[in-house]
Design a protein around this ligand. Structure first.
Ligand SMILES: [Zn+2]
Length: 614
């Protein structure tokens, strides 16, 4: 009996041990899987880097005029478009497409991306399908094509008769138009369209699939759209038809993601330099009174920009309305523009602005894609944009005529947190905002170089800024007011105490505004720890310090969802805690790496990016 009991005990011990090992194996398997995913992601990004660095060679390879279609392409350029020469990348892209290759073409808006598929559609005959995100963009393009006498159609839900005629014609051996525009939603939800496209494909008539604003396909892009993902299936179904992806802005990460999602490994990437020598970038720090920066904007519109055309970007519709109201009160001709306005009103505003009957359009980011006005002399960001991609694209609407233009951003401490709550449920939204904040906080490096680095634009890095940014201008006058590391260090110690004290005494988390107030010795007395003296810094510097600590991941964001909005709180990050546990208080800041650290803003991974432990 005793032996039996002994064996049973032994058995259950071994079984327990085995269970533990199984569990460990399960964890390790998961870890392994994650590592494998990471490895393939990084491999792909390396491949994209290499592809991009070879992009010059590939362009040269495809930039000759010895193809069977070369003569026709040149004569179409002259007869249809009235142009003598192809611009950089256009000829190479056309030759690559006509050679049956997939192409990603990354060129600034107004750089002539559309011409590439317009010409190929005339050479190949058959059907070119263009997937575009916005009806307003499509309408603009249709009117351009009409003036060029290139026949193009759109599937219009309000005109059923015409739509069914178009769908029917897709199965004919000779299609009576060259280009068909569709939105990604239409492609995904209209099964008849897919069926007819299939017939068209089988007849060898589907010649090219163009994906406009292709960055919308990637969660790393700045305007992710779920319905774009259906395009992967479209590509699989029509795998022999080449893809032409178009965008004005994409980082290497976005590009490698796009290639992966669409399964177009081995595609040709043609990327134009993002450099805009005529734009002057500057950032002005504002305190929290919203009237102050409006006063400044009004002053600029009435003096420096008097009689000039421009754009003001806001994050929220309510801000657009209040800014327009205040500008109009001062006699400035301004109109609002955002998605919810009736289409007739938007068109009227746009037309007035194009014809210079309106000095300024105040808009949310809904305004912009596809606009083409050459004499925009200023783009003002009343609030910080959501990402550097947005910033580049929105400021890029200035100075298309290559004359000097200003890009001015007003930075406010509280805006950072409203923006963080707006992007709360967006993929990589938080990272993108923090990269933007870090760009704004940087007061030493050339803004143009920072943008070039972000977009991995080597060509741009070779250009000289020539004082076309606030930081370069400042460095010439030796006015360097960067924040010292020891200030950051001491501040973090104090802020940590304020945060813990509020939680211990009142179980309260602190919003960014409250934390700042308490640190400055204001606000509820019981929330102010007795051993922390009010900071000696001026408000602006205190704000910058808190933001620096946030982008360096010493402070972290917590969210809570109330009935009407998302509230953001500042808390001490795990990263900071782990640094403190590792070596209690012996933490020394390393400011030189400031900008690099922020680049990898998912810095939970990299403990030592900005800090050195002694
Ligand atoms: Zn500069």
């Amino acid at each position: 009996m005793e032996r039996l009991r002994g064996l049973q005990i032994e058995l259950s011990r071994f079984q327990n041990e085995k269970c533990l090992i199984d569990e460990e194996i399960g964890c390790l398997r998961q870890k392994r899987q994650k590592l494998l995913e990471k490895i393939s992601e990084i491999r792909l990004e390396i491949e994209t880097y290499q592809n991009l660095s070879n992009s010059g060679e590939i362009r040269d390879k495809f930039s000759n005029e010895t193809y069977e279609w070369s003569q026709k392409a040149q004569s179409l350029l002259e007869s249809v478009f009235g142009l003598k020469q192809f611009r950089s990348h256009q000829l190479a892209a056309i030759n690559a497409i006509l050679s049956g290759l997939d192409v990603l073409l990354i060129m600034p808006t107004g750089g002539g991306k559309s011409l590439c598929f317009q010409i190929t559609s005339l050479i190949t005959g058959g059907l070119t399908i263009v997937v575009s995100p916005l009806i307003s963009l499509i309408e603009d393009q249709l009117s351009t094509l009409k003036s060029l006498k290139i026949s193009a159609k759109i599937l219009d839900k309000d005109n059923k008769e015409e739509s069914s005629k178009i769908l029917k014609s897709l199965e004919q051996s000779t299609i009576p138009f060259r280009i068909l525009y569709v939105t990604p939603e239409k492609l995904k939800h209209n099964s008849m369209l897919m069926k007819q496209l299939d017939k068209c494909y089988r007849n060898n008539n589907l010649k090219l699939i163009v994906i406009d604003e292709i960055h919308c396909l990637s969660t790393w892009g700045h305007n992710f759209r779920r319905d774009y993902q259906f395009l992967t299936q479209v590509h699989r179904q029509f795998s022999k038809t080449p893809i032409l992806g178009l965008t004005a802005t994409a980082t290497t990460k976005t590009i490698s993601d796009l290639i992966n999602i669409l399964e177009i490994h081995g595609c040709c990437i043609f990327k134009d330099s993002f450099y805009r020598s005529n734009l002057r970038y500057s950032i002005e720090w504002q305190n929290n009174s919203t009237d102050d920066d409006l006063d400044r904007i009004i002053e600029l519109l009435m003096t420096k920009y008097s009689g000039q055309s421009g754009l003001i970007y806001c994050l929220k519709i309510t801000d657009v309305d209040s800014v327009v109201q205040k500008l109009c009160q001062k006699g400035i001709k301004a109109s609002p523009y955002y998605a919810d306005l009736p289409i007739e009103m938007k068109n009227r505003t746009y037309q007035k602005w194009i014809h210079d009957d309106l000095q300024v359009i105040v808009a949310t980011i809904a305004f912009g894609m596809g606009i083409n006005k050459s004499n925009v002399r200023f783009v003002i960001h009343y609030q910080m944009p959501k990402s550097l991609e947005n910033y580049y694209q929105e400021t890029g609407r200035a100075g298309r005529d290559n004359q000097h233009a200003d890009c001015l951003l007003f930075m406010k401490y509280c805006d950072v947190f409203s923006t963080l709550s707006i992007v709360y449920d967006e993929y990589h939204g938080r990272d993108n905002v923090l990269k933007m904040v870090s760009f704004c906080l940087n007061q030493t490096e050339c803004r143009k170089k920072l943008l070039a680095k972000h977009f991995n634009d080597d060509e741009w890095l070779d250009h000289q800024c020539k004082n076309q940014c606030d930081n370069c201008q400042k460095s010439n006058t030796n006015n360097d007011d960067d924040i010292e590391e020891k200030d950051l260090h001491q501040s973090m110690m104090q802020l940590e105490q304020i945060i813990s004290n509020a939680f211990d005494k009142a179980e309260k988390r602190l919003t960014a505004f409250k934390l700042l107030e308490l640190w400055m010795g204001k606000g509820e007395k019981k929330l102010r720890p007795t051993n922390v003296k009010p900071t000696k810094f001026e408000r602006e510097k205190a704000e910058k310090i808190i933001l620096n600590l946030l982008v360096k991941n010493y402070l972290d964001i917590n969210y809570s969802q109330s009935r009407y909005c998302i509230i953001t709180y500042l808390v001490v990050s795990d990263h900071w805690r782990s640094l403190k546990t590792t070596n209690d208080n012996n933490v020394r800041f390393d400011s030189k790496r400031n900008s690099d650290a922020i680049k990898s803003s998912n810095s939970k991974r990299s403990k030592t990016a900005t800090i050195t432990i002694e």
